[in-house]
Structure formats: C-alpha cells, structure tokens
Ligand binder design. Sequence first.
Ligand SMILES: [Zn+2]
Length: 457
Amino acid sequence: MASVDLVIKNARLLLESGLVTGGLAVTDGQICAIASDEHLPQAEQVVDARKNIVMPGLIDGHAHIHDPKMTSHEDFTSGSRAAAAGGVTTIIDMPLVSQMDSETSLEDKKKAGNEMSIVDFSFTAGMLTEDNYSMVSTMLQKGVGAFKAFTCDPFMASTGTLVRSLSEVSEHGGMVTIHSEDQGILDEFSKEMEGEWDAPISHSLARPPLAEQIAIRQNISIAEQTGGHLHIAHVTTKNGVREIERGRLRGVTVTTEVCPHHLVFYRDDMNRLGPRSKLNPPFRTKEDRAALWSALLRGSIQMVVSDHAPCPIEKKEAGREDIRNAWSGVDGIQMILRVLLSEGINRGRLSLGRLVRVASSNPARIFGMYPRKGALRIGSDADFVIIDPHKEETITADMMFSKCGWTLYEGLRLKGAPIMTFVRGVKVFEGDVATIKPGHGKFQPMGQVNEIRSERD
Ligand SMILES: [Zn+2]
C-alpha cells in the first residue's frame, strides 16, 4: 500500500461490533484502513496508542457554544477547545438567546464557526415560534435539520405552533427538539416556594417532575398525530423516560437525550453546590438519576449531550440571596466522556458497546451524518479520540477551556480520560493543550435525519 498521512497503532479500537486490537490509517482526512499492526501501511506520522482505547469522536448534539449576543459566556474558540479536550469532534450548536431562524443568522454563525472553531460543527435552528416555523424547508436546504422549541418560558411556543412545527418537519424532514416542561405547572409550584428562594433547592421544588411528564406526554401526542421526528431535549425523570418508552412502543418517532450533570448530581447536592447548580430542567432525586442510567444502558435514551451553557461566575453569584436571580446553565462539553467512563463504565452502569452508540454513532444517525461521522469505518472522517481508561484526575477549574473559569464538577475524582483528539486526521488536542489554531473546524451539513428505531440498526 502507498504511504498514508497518519497511522495509529498499538490500539484497542472501539468499533460498533466491540473492541479489536490493532490500528487505523488515515489519508486525506478519512480512515483508509483498519488492521492489525503488522498489516498497517507506512505513514508520515505514526502515533503509538500504547494499548489505550480509540473510539470515534463524540458528537455533542446539544451545546450552547456561540451565541453572537453572548460571547462573554462562550464562543467557538473557547468552546471548541473545551470540546476537543473532552473528545468531542463535532458540536451541534444551539441558540441560547439570539434567534437563528433566517439565512442571514445562519450564514453569520457559519462564518464564526469556520473562522474560530477547532472541531467540526453544525446547528440546531430556533427557537420555533408562530412567526417562523415556515423556516423549516429553507433551513433544511441549507443543511440544518434540527429545530428547537420550548413548552415553557423564556421561549414558550403555543401548542398550535408545536403542531404546525411538527407538521412542517413531517413534510420536509428534520426534527423538532423540544424543551419539555409545562409552564402552567411551573407557575403553580413556584407560588408555593414564595419566601423560600434563599435555598437553592427551591429551584428544583418549583419545577416538579410532573411538569416534565405532562409536557413530554403532550408533545408525543402531537407527534403521534402529525408524524415527523420529535426529539425530547434533556430528559431528567423516571416518569419522563416512561412516557417516551410508551410513545416509542406505540410507534411514535420520538428520541431523547440525557446530560452528564443529571447522571452525576441529584437534588440534594444543590444546597452544597449553591447557585452554580441552577439549570433547567433542574436536578432531580437519586431515584430519577438511577432511572436515567438504566434507560441509557437499555437504549431508551439514545444520546448523551452536554447542554453546555455556563456563564461568568457573577451571574451565578447573583443568586446567593435569591436563587431566581442566578443564571440557569452549567458547563459540560469537556465532561461527557469523563462522566461516561468514570461513573458509567467503571461502575458497571454502562457497557463499551453502549458508550460508542450514545456518544458517537447514535447522534451521527440522528443528525444525518452517519457514517461520515460517528464511526471508525473505512471511508468515514478520521474523527477519533484516544482514551486512557486508567488516568485518574481531580477535576478543577484550571483544566477547563471554558471562558467561565469555573466548573460544576470541581473537586470530583474521576478515572478515565481523553488524552488525544483528532478531527479529520489532524490532531487538535493532546495532554492539556489544544494543538491547532482556530479555523480547522468546518460546518457539517445534516443529511436526511435518521430515526433510531433500534440501536442495533
Ligand atoms: Zn440547552
């Protein structure tokens, strides 16, 4: 075989079929061979993986990385470095406060990503309102196939808008991702917490599991009527998972995702963590956390996403006296893989086979990028991460690439970490440094968004 650009040898490759010993070769940014070490071609650059695990780079399907009005929180440069340091090779960015519902807003964001990001990226458009749901067909033509909507503030869409949006998606392809908490229930339970807002846990008590369950059930009923792919953003409760499982059993095209923080923390942690722990949906009970892990293992939750949305620390500290004044959102893009390895694989809550699906191949399928992304296969983009399963770390703010300078995970002892990340065959991260300048990342159009009926598809 002719000489190639890069060879990774002495690895344990995590394929969809399981772990195999050997290596892979890369030419022109794509995987051109997967073989035992002695059968790998000659290469200009050879990396000895030292028997560490090589898996497809993560696709973070829900991250608020670059909002043109909120670059004091994060931007494509800092956010994509955090991604690379967490083994994430493709970010699906989502609006935070600015609408991304027109060709101009899409082109502006694409330009920012192409200039600033070190990993590949794509977009969820939104937020869907009654004024803009007709953007669905235009955005799909431009390679954006996911649309965000809310059943609650601050971007609450009417039920009618949700019906129309899912109908549009049913007709044109793509999917609608819905933040599912019922605003009426949030309003009612918030009243009961009057006078208790100095306790951070009040934020969780004011947003009960019932609000999630009711909203999920309603959204599934809509999708059952309209057709189209419904994606439930960040499920957090046992009952929420049950509603989704029932919907799938009835044949509704509904998928969901879970965030690393809901797999690590639970409600009682909030008083210890203070206003930093404020996010939506909020932290739940230990029982809910256990239900999320088991749903992930059995395939009822199809992907793990960061919902990365940290802020400058002052915006958290503003909630010291009254939790309602704190910003909602935490860091996470650098933590997905670490949490899945340490809290999942090492504790027997997750298998390696499920890890590669929920972190890489399922999101690639859901966003219509498979098998270009999300797999170690010949012809796929050479996006992969080398993992040292024995590396022990104490998480500190210093190791974080986020602009915000703090992490919810401060002080946590974890075992298993990404040590090197490659995007289209180029090393973008090693050890604790980003190894490439901004601009390597490229916009990745979504193809036909694929539904995951079975994780074995
Ligand atoms: Zn979000």
